[in-house]
Design a protein around this ligand. Structure first.
Ligand SMILES: [Zn+2]
Length: 270
């Protein structure tokens, strides 16, 4: 038997073996009440897109500016998102707008990058997958999460490049990483650090371009990678950390956040 709290839907899921009695399962879940309550308390608060709500959008913050007599067509004005119509439909309207924006941007970027690289693409879909930003089918259909619009643009661009690289290599092997390394160099990314055997090919491609030696380094363990990233932190404008759950890249993010926090605290003392 297994209990899990789904952070996206905020529900508790009880998984029973095929022949287990439901009553026994529920009784066991009931006995886990303390754990369940603690897990739910730890969930981030869900922010519905209501009037006055602020949310991250492409590296900045937008505030929902709703008035019933605003025009019904949602639009951005400075750091505000202008929304009209009935108040109880604001959330649905903003979500629909986000999905439409995601489609416009991601489909446009995918087709334009694919055209330049001579890659064919099937349909481009926008969805809300549980655990990934994007996916690419063997037929060449590409799907993205609309939530990419909540992230800085570099995350969106890296995801487009990742999925398009799958049009040449349907795996995460050496050739795939070389493709991504090429893209990062052409895109003008300043530094590329790789972790894990396969990414060495991405770093080599990044460094071996026509435009001189790139600033790419390969690491064998996350501690060495962290040290290199932290050493460069004061000079760089942004760091894009990308990797699978298997790579445990959240440890890199943690190290960066910790270091930023320490800098802030040091600032207070001074
Ligand atoms: Zn992939």
């Amino acid at each position: 038997m297994r209990l899990a709290v789904d952070p996206r839907e905020g529900v508790v899921r009880l998984t029973l073996p095929r022949r287990a009695a439901l009553a026994a399962g529920l009784e066991w879940a009931e006995s886990q009440r303390v754990w369940i309550e603690a897990a739910i308390a730890k969930l981030p608060e869900r922010a519905p897109f209501g009037p006055g709500v602020e949310f991250p959008f492409e590296g900045r913050t937008l505030r929902i500016d709703w008035r019933a007599d605003h025009p019904r067509t949602v639009r951005i004005e400075g750091d505000r998102l202008i929304v009209g119509g009935p108040e109880d439909l604001v959330g649905a309207r903003v979500l629909r707008w986000l999905r439409a924006e995601a489609r416009r941007k991601l489909e446009g970027e995918t087709r334009s990058l694919a055209g330049r690289a001579g890659i064919t693409v099937g349909r481009v879909r926008i969805g809300d997958p549980r655990s990934r930003w994007g996916s690419c089918s063997a037929k060449g259909d590409i799907a993205y999460s609309w939530r990419l619009l909540l992230a800085p643009p570099a995350v969106r661009e890296a995801t487009v490049a990742h999925e398009l690289a799958h049009r040449r290599h349907m795996h995460h092997g050496p050739e795939f990483h070389a493709e991504v390394g090429d893209w990062a160099r052409e895109r003008g990314i300043e530094t590329l650090y790789g972790l894990g055997n396969e990414t060495a090919h991405g770093v080599a491609a990044f460094n071996g371009g026509d435009f001189g030696v790139g600033n790419g380094l390969h690491f064998n363990n996350v501690e060495a990678l962290n040290a290199a990233v932290l050493a460069r932190l004061p000079q760089v404008a942004s760091v894009l950390v990308k990797g699978s759950r298997f790579m445990k890249m959240e440890r890199v993010v943690q190290a960066i956040e910790q270091s930023r926090q320490q800098q802030k605290e040091a600032g207070h003392d001074a």
